[in-house]
Ligand binder design. Sequence first.
Ligand SMILES: Cc1ncc(C[n+]2csc(CCOP(=O)(O)OP(=O)(O)O)c2C)c(N)n1
Ligand SMILES: [Mg+2]
Length: 576
Amino acid sequence: MKKTGAQLATFALEQIGVTRTFGIPGVHNTELYDELNKSKQITPTLVTHEMGAAFMADAMSRTGDSIGTLAIVPAAGATHAASGIGEAYLAGIPMLIISGGIHTESGHHYQLHDMDHHTLLSPITKGSFHIRSHAEVIPTLYAAYQLAMRGEPGPVFVELPYNIGNFIGEVESMPTFQGLEPQPRFDQTLVEQAAQLLVNAKQAGLYIGWGAVACEKELVELAELLNAPVATTLQGLSSFPGNHPLHTGMGVGAYAVPASEKAFAQCDVMLAIGARFGEIPTGSFSMKVPENLIHVDINPAVFNTNYPAKVAIEGDAEKVVPALLEAVKRLSPQGSQADVRAVIAKEKQAYRDEWLAHDSGDRVNPAMFFNALREQVSDDTIVVADDGNHTYLVAELMPIHGARRYISPTDFNAMGYCVPGVIGAKLANPDTPVVGVVGDGALLMTGMEMITAVRNNLGVVVFVFSDGELSQIAQAQDIPYNRKTCTVLHDFKVEGLADAVGAEFVAINSASDINAGIKQALELAAQDKAAYVDVRVDYSKRTRFTKGIIKASLKRFALKDQVRIVSRAVVRKVTG
Ligand SMILES: Cc1ncc(C[n+]2csc(CCOP(=O)(O)OP(=O)(O)O)c2C)c(N)n1
Ligand SMILES: [Mg+2]
């Protein structure tokens, strides 16, 4: 049969369940865009910048049922999208990136957008494919999907050259997709060993990452059986319900909330699932992990890297966790005798009270804001953060009540995620409330993308934490430098941005505006209107995370550098 590459690609994408693509068309892929537009299943979605497209696709994969997919132009489209591809890669999020490619048979050099994408993207993709013939289009996309979804998920790049995408070629058949191959099996004897360790523990503790996001029910049961406190990574904040009495917070130690520090103080066996002990959730590797570490992950490369494991179980958490739960049950565990729940409840309350007691002057106290937000949004609301001080405020002060209800940049740590992330999450979950919390600096990166929400009548709310600074870095500069080099922003009017993109605008200037401001914004969202809310936030109190991580980082310096930094700080404190 005779088909264009664009027709074949659209068929393959339909077969693997793609519902949306994100990107900006160019001469190399207008034929693909035309086919996508004709598809009954797929909606091609125009964005403002390909970085936004990649963050939207990432958010769709994190919160939805179909794989986030990009349809972009070669070269400039790929480099613009690279931030979002990198974020997905380090976070283990599946993504398909389909770019056009130069004409492979024209004989011409110096064609438009001519570059080697495969080398450029190799460190931030699981693999890449350069399609060479019409017959390869469908099998290549199936192979790319399989690669993106199996093992630790991640982005996969496919280049569809101009002459294949746009021109007709001969194919023998259009094979249907036969489904993903199963994940590899795990070793049951290791599961039995892990169960024994957990049951023999004086105080077991759980440390949960995004890799366990599909195991909420079993993890709750396991934690309850063992009477074990549960901490999460930043990315995995939603992998265990934040309102469960055994939930403590992000990380374990002095950089974590006090509930996490105290409840884990006696922990002698830790079960880590779908977490790889990266820098952020371990407080710059200051987290203390007991010798008896049971580490479950689908990616064996994470074992024994930062923390040695007593038992390492390679496997899909969705399979391993139920098996582990059954194995623990068979051993009739007594569970820890400590009153873990009381400690957690008391420490959580004390920490919240400490924040509420902080004098924020005429600005908005973050704890008051998050108390009100938590009260006004439903349990299933998806919260999207960006990267900055506000991220850790969310982590410490905004309990997340359900799986996949919190997303943000983490290890790759690309600012600019929130606004497109909100859009991707809303497109994937049209009936679920979606709210964003973004710093004013990150807003300047991708805030114009809100026009995509307006164009698609998406009822979303983005709360802008306006403090006038790139605060997470300004705070880190504070003590060692006593200078805010390049971290003070120029005055910026969120209202002007809202006006420019056609979004609604709400202002929360002080404590008395909080309840009404949140209510008004949520009401606008319920009427399918996108709203920016300018929150004049008070950042004068540091998060535990920021204080902890600054200390932990300083400790890692050699003595001569510590002396240099401390002396400079003292001199500058005196001389200004
Ligand atoms: C693309 C990118 N550039 C720079 C950074 C470094 N960085 C991390 S947090 C941060 C400050 C963010 O400022 P803002 O968005 O205003 O959030 P705030 O910390 O004030 O809440 C910066 C500059 C980064 N993570 N990503
Ligand atoms: Mg800021």
